[in-house]
Design a protein around this ligand. Sequence first.
Ligand SMILES: Nc1ncnc2c1ncn2[C@@H]1O[C@H](COP(=O)(O)OP(=O)(O)OP(=O)(O)O)[C@@H](O)[C@H]1O
Length: 361
Amino acid sequence: MARIDLDLAHAYKPHPTQDSDYALLPLKMSFRDGGAYALLGPSGCGKTTMLNIISGLVTPSQGTVTFDGRDVTRMSPQERNIAQVFQFPVIYDTMTVAENLAFPLRNRKVPAERIRQRVGAIAEMLEMSGQLNQRAAGLSADAKQKISLGRGLVREDVSAVLFDEPLTVIDPHLKWQLRRKLKQIHHELKLTLIYVTHDQVEALTFADEVVVMTRGRAVQVGTADQLFERPQHTFVGHFIGSPGMNFLQARYDDGQLVVGDCRLAAPHDKAEALRRAGEFVLGVRPEYVEPAPEGHPEAAAVRIEQVQDIGTYWMLTSRVGQAVLKARLSPEARVPAAGETMWLRLVGPHTCYYKNEELLA
Ligand SMILES: Nc1ncnc2c1ncn2[C@@H]1O[C@H](COP(=O)(O)OP(=O)(O)OP(=O)(O)O)[C@@H](O)[C@H]1O
């Protein structure tokens, strides 16, 4: 296992001049030895590029990759000792499940007894012990991908195991089970795992820390809780959560926050930073927008546009000035009707404030 440090940028085209020429803008980042990470972001944000730079399939156009302080920037995946699992199964159809799992170990001349133990342990973790002597050719796509996962995890001496959307071909129910399994395997094997996905649920259930990426930038590295509670960038607020954070244009005026036509009391501990910022964006998650009594200093009077029953909660859609405001109400709350005016609290301990997309206070 290794600690991985990136200090680099990457452009596929020569002579990049503007931000949009880069697949990865200049970044500095570390992956802890034995940590489970997810690279999360929409299509084209640079996740696969980052993964391929870590594995050695792509050489960064500038900067370095180090494993435990050793410069590996120009080394191949073999020299870096990386295991990789791709979207689609990479296995030998003519071999049995056991032979497929053993293959990476045989290649490395691991003693036969150790291979037997390790293949047995991995098959058990993946619940494939009963299929060890079956030929891979006859297995379902799900089972074949499980073998690919097993082949990625079977070696004990790898620097890291990298996964590129490995559950794409897996049936939704099994996907859920395998995500949990991978997390459990991580706890048992203590391997450094890096997992690319565009699915926030997949990232948040699998990883200890999630790297959120957009347009070639890693905008925040954090635990599920940190990404939910204190998004460092508006993209994180928007991308994490369902629906994401509400964003409202706001300005500071004489000890108050002006949002649309409403004047709200500025939070004491953040008032100075907001005064200095002048204009900013107020961010509040639908989960933290609460009904408030009429005239509450931290609440705005809003007109309810839509009320949806989501089963375990109500989702209100309202408007503050031009902006849409979503609120998630518990089933015990009094539910307003569309067209009603209601007071909703926007300023509270969970409210975040942004300037130029970055967290300000
Ligand atoms: N081999 C390549 N040559 C040129 N441009 C590339 C190459 N691979 C990726 N890109 C570009 O680099 C940017 C980042 O792509 P990348 O595949 O890393 O994103 P991603 O987040 O993994 O997206 P996806 O989930 O769609 O794979 C995109 O604009 C993409 O078009």
